[in-house]
Design a protein around this ligand. Structure first.
Ligand SMILES: Cc1cc2nc3c(=O)[nH]c(=O)nc-3n(C[C@H](O)[C@H](O)[C@H](O)COP(=O)(O)O)c2cc1C
Length: 215
């Protein structure tokens, strides 16, 4: 089953994932990106989702049963149908965009649980992927994503790179749903020293403005 809303390639969906509205570094970098992007693409529509304000359907037994019924082609009960409609509504909003911007804080070496909940809701067979005899096929091809990560530490070289489950997970998931064109910006390290923090933010702001120009 596919969402009813078609892709609008001129819509950029911004998914904001930090609950820190005043002090968030990932949000601050995303705002630089969006300013530069809007200047370059005045015709483009920017739609924002604050992952902390979103009312997501619970991913409980009823929803999981509905998911497996989709996969096996079985009939829905009324309750499963209504739960599935809530899932489709969240997916439709995601599907409508041609470009995605995520701003994501690192939490315990991974992504915040609210983003994982969102991903669990929209990662559905027939919506974001389908199974094939050899594995999987992502259904959101032709789209692109930019991801801004913020972390206290810095994880771009060994041995600490093994701790970064955030970048690895997002890159894998985006590829899994068919989004091959993915650009990343890391604002890091933000807690090691004030000088390194300032430099990290400055570099990330510069990268964000430059990436938005060609996005
Ligand atoms: C709940 C929580 C868990 C965190 N876990 C990590 C972590 O595992 N590794 C790390 O480098 N920083 C960690 N941090 C620090 C944040 O990644 C850092 O403060 C970053 O600036 C958050 O992004 P934001 O400013 O956009 O909210 C954590 C912060 C919080 C609040």
């Amino acid at each position: 089953m596919k969402g009813a809303v078609p892709m609008n390639k001129d819509t950029l969906l911004y998914i904001e994932c930090s609950p820190r509205k005043k002090r968030s570094v990932s949000k601050k970098i995303a705002e630089i990106f969006l300013q530069a992007y809007q200047k370059k693409h005045p015709e483009s529509l920017i739609h924002k989702i604050d992952i902390w304000d979103l009312k997501l359907p619970e991913y409980d037994e009823t929803t999981v049963d509905a998911k497996f019924k989709i996969m096996s082609g079985s009939e829905f009960s009324m309750e499963e149908k209504s739960r599935w409609q809530a899932v489709e509504a969240v997916f439709d909003d995601f599907h409508n965009a041609g470009k995605y911007l995520f701003s994501i804080p690192m939490w315990n070496f991974s992504i915040p649980y609210k983003l994982k909940h969102y991903i669990d809701v929209i990662t559905q067979p027939g919506m974001t992927f389908r199974t094939t005899p050899g594995g999987y096929e992502g259904l959101l091809s032709g789209r692109k994503a930019a991801v801004i990560y913020a972390s206290g530490g810095r994880y771009d070289s060994a041995p600490l790179n093994a701790y970064d489950m955030q970048t690895a997970y997002m890159e894998l998931w985006l590829k899994f749903i068919g989004i091959e064109s993915v650009s990343s910006i890391h604002a890091a390290p933000l807690t090691w020293s004030p000088a390194e923090k300032d430099e990290a933010i400055e570099n990330a702001m510069r990268e964000a403005a430059s990436l938005a120009e060609k996005f």
